[in-house]
Design a protein around this ligand. Structure first.
Ligand code: C2E
Ligand code: MG
Ligand code: MG
Ligand code: MG
Length: 292
């Protein structure tokens, strides 16, 4: 009967609609919950930094590490940065969170150096909001002074989009940061749209090749060519190169053969809590990179 079929279609349509809104509500609720929890996470001490080693491809030694934030949510468990950094950006909470990251990472690097495990450079990711703060240079100078970390052991990781949004301002600001003596790197290099003419003018010390290119270097000739080109471009501009996302021995060999300076990736270690990182450092006399 056509009437019944019509009625059923309407009914199920309505159910679909209700189902849809229920799913949307749930997502919205989770977002609201995360947002309100995020406001209290700093004072409740729920953030932790994990560290991922950066290996010198010539010596096989750990020369630095990247500090990567995680949120230990009391009921949702460990939340990775990509699930809350965007929200922290939108709400402005990234500014105090970012300052906490900077202070904690610098204090940790200074402590490892005092313990005879350094000197190790520590990389800290800067967000767009932080980059837009007027007092960024003062905050960084103050943090270095407070923690006693030598400025050249702090590496600020910036993305291309962050720098390219307002190149003239960025060039001025990066110059001020360089005057403090810190290192600067361009993160996720190759995924944004930095123009080569600006690249030449930016006082950047290193390019971090994005993991999307590294992933397929031993499978896709185009990715291999892109990686080799980024390395020679960087070297011709007297920049250092770090490959991200190195997961296999073959990738490591390719990078080594093409003169890449450093690598970071699961092949060597995932980002790990400070106590585990410290154990890695204490064993760091032989490393996968030096078995070549
Ligand atoms: P990123 O700065 O490009 O960091 C590298 C990301 O790649 C990390 O993800 C790291 O765990 C992952 N990774 C490293 N080696 C490998 C590998 O061999 N294979 C694969 N598949 N992945 C690898 P994570 O920790 O989830 O961080 C994601 C992003 O969140 C970071 O990307 C960064 O943009 C942002 N982030 C992390 N911590 C902070 C922070 O303190 N402040 C800000 N503003 N952003 C942060
Ligand atoms: Mg980074
Ligand atoms: Mg990256
Ligand atoms: Mg990234």
């Amino acid at each position: 009967n056509a009437d019944i079929a019509m009625y059923r279609a309407k009914e199920s349509g309505r159910n679909n609609f209700q189902f849809y809104t229920a799913a949307m509500n749930e997502r919205l609720l989770e977002r609201l919950r995360i947002e309100s929890d995020l406001r209290n996470a700093l004072e409740r001490n729920e953030f932790v930094l994990h560290y991922q080693p950066q290996i010198d491809l010539e010596t096989g030694r750990t020369v630095g590490m990247e500090a990567l934030i995680r949120w230990q949510h009391p009921s949702l468990g460990m939340i990775p940065p990509l699930r809350f950094i965007g929200l922290a950006e939108e709400t402005g909470l990234i500014v105090p969170i970012g300052e906490w990251v900077l202070r904690t990472a610098c204090a940790q690097a200074a402590a490892w150096q005092r313990a005879g495990l350094g000197p190790l450079r520590v990389g800290v990711n800067l967000s767009a909001r932080q980059f837009a703060q007027h007092d960024l240079v003062n905050v960084i100078a103050g943090t270095l002074q407070e923690t006693g970390l030598a400025p050249h052991l702090l590496e600020l990781e910036l993305t291309e989009s962050l720098v390219m949004t307002d190149v003239d301002r960025a060039i001025g600001l990066l110059g001020e940061l360089k005057a403090l003596g810190v290192q600067l790197s361009l993160d996720d290099f190759g995924t944004g749209h930095s123009s080569l003419s600006y690249l030449k003018r930016l006082p950047i010390d290193a390019l971090k090749i994005d993991q999307s290119f590294v992933r397929d270097i031993t499978l896709t000739p185009d990715d291999a060519a892109i990686v080799a080109s980024i390395i020679s471009l960087a070297h011709n501009l007297r920049r250092h190169v770090i490959a991200e996302g190195v997961e296999t021995h073959e990738q490591l060999i390719y990078l080594q053969n093409h003169g890449c300076n450093e690598m970071q990736g699961y092949y060597f270690s995932k980002p790990v809590p400070p106590d585990v990182f410290e154990r890695l450092l204490r064993q760091d006399t032989r490393t996968p990179a030096s078995t070549n």
